[in-house]
Ligand binder design. Structure first.
Ligand code: NCD
Ligand code: ZN
Length: 343
């Protein structure tokens, strides 16, 4: 097969940031994706419907002329979140999900949730109105090993939340373990799970063996090879509950290459060439469209995009860095030569 045409993809987990960074990275997403779930972890975070509306306007103003892109906005859940404001933002069509960060779990999560009982009224309301909860699934306890934090979160936080608020639609975001794949696979269709580009490609050796590689450091951190293989199997299975959320998370090189560097891989520019190669290697090119373009809309109750995207088998011409007014951002290096390009 030398060309592949699929319904235009969407990205169900994206960091666009704001200001100069947003202006530089947004075109790379809009080139290949029709829509994206926009993460609200700005500083300060996007908590209210009014803040989400203003952020949406800033995104649309940063979009270059002639490009089409629909930002699907989210609200950042805090212990002070007002359920009425959330319901109104959903009712107006502005907000498509609410994001739960356990406080301290990742970049700009300090305003997240510590006591999960506090947010139960908001979660109950979301279950009533069918508004999905996107979950960063890692506990933050210092006594839990960072490689175990996702599995422990499922047992201690996620499963109890789903039992206490039945019917709540939940997206397990950027899953990184076979534990998460197994849990997701055993649930009903109120549960979805996103998988990133980079977690299909790297394991923890890529970060730590032969010298430390800050550009491969992201959260949740990549795990053992057996987990990467479980993610590959889930993504290429065609199972409707698994869909693409790139978690493309740009940080300037200056902020990555520090004694305490930021977490995040910037995958927006080369996600589709990488995924085409991953699915091809696994003999599952026929499942790529489900993962990138169909399963996500089905979970969110949105139509599949009417336009298409074509991949052609030839080496893509992609930059290794994207320049921003704040400095360069390194594009995720999959560690192999790409041979599919978006045409
Ligand atoms: C994200 C970021 O930089 O905002 N970083 C990351 O490593 N994925 C936050 C997140 O999604 O955890
Ligand atoms: Zn993220």
């Amino acid at each position: 097969m030398t060309t592949l045409t699929i319904a235009r993809p969407d990205d169900w987990h994206l960091h666009l940031r704001d200001g100069a960074m947003m202006r530089a990275v947004l075109p790379w997403t809009a080139r290949d994706f029709a829509r994206a779930i926009i993460m609200p972890n700005l500083v300060p975070p996007v908590v209210t419907g009014a803040q989400a509306a203003a952020y949406r306007d800033r995104i649309l103003s940063a979009l270059p002329d002639g490009m089409a892109f629909e930002p699907l906005m989210t609200l950042y859940l805090t212990e002070d979140t007002d359920a009425d404001d959330v319901a109104a933002a959903h009712e107006s069509g502005l907000v498509k999900a609410v994001k739960l960060y356990p406080a301290g779990a990742t970049t700009n999560s300090a305003s997240g949730v510590t006591n999960f009982d506090t947010v139960r009224p908001v979660l109950d309301r979301m279950a009533d109105i069918g508004l999905p909860l996107c979950v960063h699934g890692e506990v933050t306890d210092h006594d839990i090993d960072i490689f175990d934090r996702e599995a422990v979160f499922i047992d201690r936080i996620l499963d109890p939340i789903r039992r206490t608020t039945p019917g709540l639609r939940v997206v397990m975001e950027h899953i990184t373990t076979s534990d998460a794949v197994d849990y997701a696979s055993a649930q009903d269709d109120t549960l979805g799970a996103t998988i990133t580009t980079h977690h299909l490609v790297i394991n923890r050796n890529h970060i730590l063996a032969g010298g430390i590689k800050p550009h491969y450091y992201c959260l949740p951190v990549a795990k053992r090879e057996e987990h990467r293989l479980a993610l590959r199997k889930a993504a290429t299975s065609g199972e409707k509950r698994f869909f693409l959320g790139t978690d493309s998370a740009p940080h300037t090189d200056a902020n990555k290459l520090l004694p305490c560097g930021c977490a995040g891989c910037f995958t927006a520019p080369n996600t589709l060439p990488i995924l085409a190669q991953v699915f091809e290697e696994d003999g599952a090119l026929d499942k790529l469209e489900g993962f990138t373009s169909k399963n996500g809309p089905a979970f969110y109750g949105l139509p599949v995009n009417a336009d298409t995207l074509t991949l052609t088998k030839s080496a893509p011409d992609l930059p290794s860095h994207v320049d921003t007014d704040d400095g360069p951002v390194t594009v995720f290096d999959p560690g192999f030569d790409l041979h599919w390009r978006v045409t």
